[in-house]
Ligand binder design. Sequence first.
Ligand SMILES: NC(=O)C1=CN([C@@H]2O[C@H](COP(=O)(O)OP(=O)(O)OC[C@H]3O[C@@H](n4cnc5c(N)ncnc54)[C@H](O)[C@@H]3O)[C@@H](O)[C@H]2O)C=CC1
Ligand SMILES: CC/C=C\CC(=O)/C=C/C=C\C=C\C=C\[C@@H](O)[C@@H](O)C/C=C\CCC(=O)O
Length: 272
Amino acid sequence: MNLSGKRVFLTGGARGIGRGISEALLSKGAMVMFCDINPGTGKQTEEELQKQYSSDSVSFIKADVADSQQLKAAFEAAVTKFGAVDIHINNAGILDQRIWERMFAVNAIGTIRGCQIALEHMRRDKGGHGGVIMNVVSMGGLGSSYWFPAYTASKHAVIGFVNSWAESPYQPQHGVRWGCVCPVSVDTEMLNMEENQIYDLSENQKHTATHKVQISDVVDAFMKLVQDENSNGALMEVSRENNGVYCRRQLVYMNNVSPPCFMDNLPFPGQT
Ligand SMILES: NC(=O)C1=CN([C@@H]2O[C@H](COP(=O)(O)OP(=O)(O)OC[C@H]3O[C@@H](n4cnc5c(N)ncnc54)[C@H](O)[C@@H]3O)[C@@H](O)[C@H]2O)C=CC1
Ligand SMILES: CC/C=C\CC(=O)/C=C/C=C\C=C\C=C\[C@@H](O)[C@@H](O)C/C=C\CCC(=O)O
């Protein structure tokens, strides 16, 4: 997929992985509008990216993804500015077991709502132009993680939702391609946690020190996934062991026959 001229809306782009993805897309000629709950960092990032690229190609809008009206208004602002959105990226997320219901509202409900808003806009069977919906999930969404169960559940919810749309027999009519990047711990502000924010903080810190990856690793994997037009409903792991490897790479629906799912890290047939 050629990213030049593509119109992107991304959530949680003020810093961290979201900012990294925005920069990579801008460097390929895409246009990005990003939202964030933090107006100070959002504005600052907007200024820095506008200097580096151009003021037309990137802009910030304040929105809390857990607030349906704010999220919808932010997405609509991108549609108004660009004419349409081709790529929607749900990235905003938090990790704090003390406020697990809020965490669900942001990670699961905010992401699912983002998918629904983007799908309604993009689906060809309702007059849209098709598009791509990508999600920054977590390796926690692929299995169990006893040190943050509710966070893990919020990420499982996203994968269940995305899989269901990606595998729909109507997916070809929708013309929307789906994907999830699933990183292990990433060296971002999210790792700066207080006691009680997760269970077993010290054990987790030891694990993180030896396993964490960098934002650039997630960005590289994301760029591979977003450009791979032969994927739909793919889950891409980002870890030191399996960086940018498909845990599941699902073929685009063909002839109305359920496509194969690859649930391991073996190379996709025909790939090295
Ligand atoms: N850092 C890590 O170890 C990992 C992070 N992830 C996921 O990656 C995504 C990005 O995380 P990071 O960049 O690491 O975190 P981060 O904390 O550095 O950045 C998250 C951004 O999202 C924004 N945000 C938070 N709540 C929001 C809301 N309600 N509405 C709009 N914006 C909001 C924050 O203000 C911040 O700018 C999250 O979904 C996270 O769960 C996944 C695996 C590992
Ligand atoms: C410290 C927390 C910071 C950020 C949040 C976050 O998302 C971090 C996640 C870090 C690690 C999660 C690992 C979870 C792993 C288990 O669910 C595994 O059982 C995954 C299972 C299979 C993966 C596919 C494979 O390798 O075959």
